[in-house]
Design a protein around this ligand. Structure first.
Ligand SMILES: [Zn+2]
Length: 251
């Protein structure tokens, strides 16, 4: 996927150079990433609705505010507006709460061709005892895949909120057998693809830092240091409601 980006950038550069040499073609720079996953075709603002709003909501849900587990319902309401405004502000865009070309351009930049966010991948999030993403969890393969995408976008927001310090996913989707094998209930959030276990991948943050920031990143479930079995990772998930516990982190 990186290779595609580099090739595309190179191609754009070559085309731009050719245009400049010929003196007949103007190429606006820098060119936004073309989007291989999803492309928005209209500006979205408060009151709009549709599947394009839902696609937007999936990608900005980690910016709706403290304790807000935003619904992905295809209806652009107050939470979506807040999330878009916070996303824009966090990435240095004009924060007007309206999703237009600049916002889409940033989202395309953050998006891989398979619709996952830049710093998280299906491969990393579905080790699953060596079995990868499959339909043997609590939901179908397609639903697990969609759920994983949604929690990864919130993790991307979490990562950016923490100053872009990298995190590693130690466990994401687990099928029922894998969940039971690693000491889970066999039917928990991981079997739905809605959960990620995260650890810091550099010295820039801590397990408690992840847990504390996760409260602002649309995570309905947060379990970290102080919660039994969570001394070596922070678990986040997108369950409905709010179930947080990390007593060593003041949560
Ligand atoms: Zn977990």
């Amino acid at each position: 996927m990186r290779g595609h980006r580099i090739l595309r950038a190179l191609l754009i550069f070559v085309l731009a150079s050719a245009g400049l040499t010929a003196g007949a073609v103007t190429v606006s720079a820098p060119a936004a990433h073309a989007d291989e996953c999803y492309t928005w075709s209209r500006t979205l603002s408060s009151g709009t609705s549709g599947s394009d709003v839902a696609e937007l909501q999936i990608r900005v849900a980690g910016w709706a505010g403290y304790g807000v587990n935003m619904a992905v319902d295809g209806s652009f309401g107050a939470q979506t507006q807040t999330a878009v405004r916070s996303f824009q502000s966090a990435y240095g865009l004009g924060a007007d709460g309206v999703a237009g070309p600049a916002t889409y351009s940033k989202l395309y930049e953050l998006q891989d061709p398979d619709c996952t966010p830049l710093h998280f991948s299906y491969a990393e999030a579905s080790e699953n005892c060596g079995r990868g993403l499959n339909g043997n969890g609590s939901v179908s393969l397609a639903t697990a895949r969609e759920n994983l995408k949604r929690v990864m976008w919130r993790a991307e927001a979490l990562r950016h909120r923490m100053g872009d310090h990298p995190m590693r996913v130690t466990s994401g989707f687990r099928d029922k057998a894998c969940d039971a094998a690693v000491g889970g209930s066999g039917s928990g959030q991981h079997t739905y693809g809605t959960a990620l276990d995260l650890v810091p991948a550099d010295g820039g943050t801590t397990l408690c830092g992840i847990a504390q920031s996760a409260r602002y990143a649309g995570m309905g479930g947060i379990f970290g240091p102080g919660y039994p079995g969570h001394s070596d990772h922070t678990h986040v998930d997108i369950r409905a409601g709010r179930t947080w516990s990390a007593s060593q982190c003041g949560i």
